[in-house]
Design a protein around this ligand. Structure first.
Ligand code: GLP
Length: 263
């Protein structure tokens, strides 16, 4: 795991975007992104959009696969992840909407929708760069605590804490859906590169558990310790619980030239 600690959330976005842009440039314009919703990656997407606008990043043939979608929300609801991904990723990056995919939380046959999504990811050649946030309970995607570490895209029940955390996006907690369709932890682990962003003190316990705790389904993001190319970009508040804080800073400050990011 590569852990990068930044002074604030703007720097987190710049560094995460620089990391993704470096990886994407090596892959080419047909890069396949895995995209997360939530507030954490939005500034990173904006930074990437700036690089695209400046001609420094070519995503003209890129595809994207979202992590998750609510089940039980109306199609077209502004908080449906179809709408959120369109507003935060597809439009700013100028992606072709036909190449942007979101799990079908509206499907009549929800049981079949998971394997269909897995097949679509495979048909696109797999995800090259997976962006992630993390829930305050350590979830990635909507893989709540006790999710199987090898799970695939399927329906899940949201944890009470997740519904409370996400109530801020709705008029009241009663409007927050109880179910979701999410890529599994096994699906996420198949991505070739992972870039997780977290900011704020509300994420400090989750980041400490994900980065330095045991690999456990109780903190689902901890499965990333088994990933070969996972980068964790956090601000000081989210890094507050990291025992090896100073080591991560020393490591980043002394990267060999070929590993440095242009930020
Ligand atoms: C959401 C999403 C996750 C996201 C997480 C944190 O509900 N399903 O993909 O990473 O919870 O959200 P935020 O970045 O807003 O804190």
């Amino acid at each position: 795991m590569e852990v990068i600690i930044c002074p604030d959330e703007n720097r987190v976005a710049q560094v995460a975007a620089a990391k993704a842009a470096k990886l994407a440039a090596a892959i080419g314009p047909a890069v396949v992104f895995g995209v997360a919703t939530g507030s954490s990656p939005v500034k990173t997407y904006n930074e990437l959009a700036k690089l695209v606008a400046a001609g420094q990043l070519d995503v003209s043939q890129a595809s994207a696969f979202a992590l998750d979608e609510y089940v039980g929300i109306a199609a077209g609801h502004p908080q449906s992840y179809h709408e959120v991904i369109n507003a935060t990723v597809t439009v700013p990056l100028g992606l072709d909407p036909a190449r942007v995919h979101v799990p079908d939380g509206f499907a009549a046959d929800l049981e079949a929708a998971g394997p269909a999504y897995e097949a679509a990811i495979r048909a696109a050649g797999g995800v090259d760069i997976q962006f992630l946030g993390v829930g305050s309970n350590g979830h990635i995607g909507f893989n709540e605590p006790t999710s199987s570490l090898t799970s695939r895209t399927r329906i899940k029940t949201l944890a009470p804490r997740t519904r409370e955390d996400n109530a801020r996006f709705f008029a009241s907690i009663d409007e927050v859906p109880r179910h979701c369709m999410t890529q599994g932890l096994g699906t996420i682990m198949d991505a070739r590169n992972v870039v997780l962003m977290a900011t704020g003190e509300n994420k400090a316990a989750a980041i400490a558990a994900v980065v330095e705790g045991p690999v456990t389904a109780m903190w689902p993001g901890s499965v990333l310790q088994l990933h070969q190319h996972a980068t964790i970009v956090v601000d000081e508040a989210a890094a507050a619980g990291l025992a090896l804080h100073d080591y991560y800073q020393e490591t980043y400050a002394n990267l060999p030239d070929w590993q440095r990011l242009e930020v």
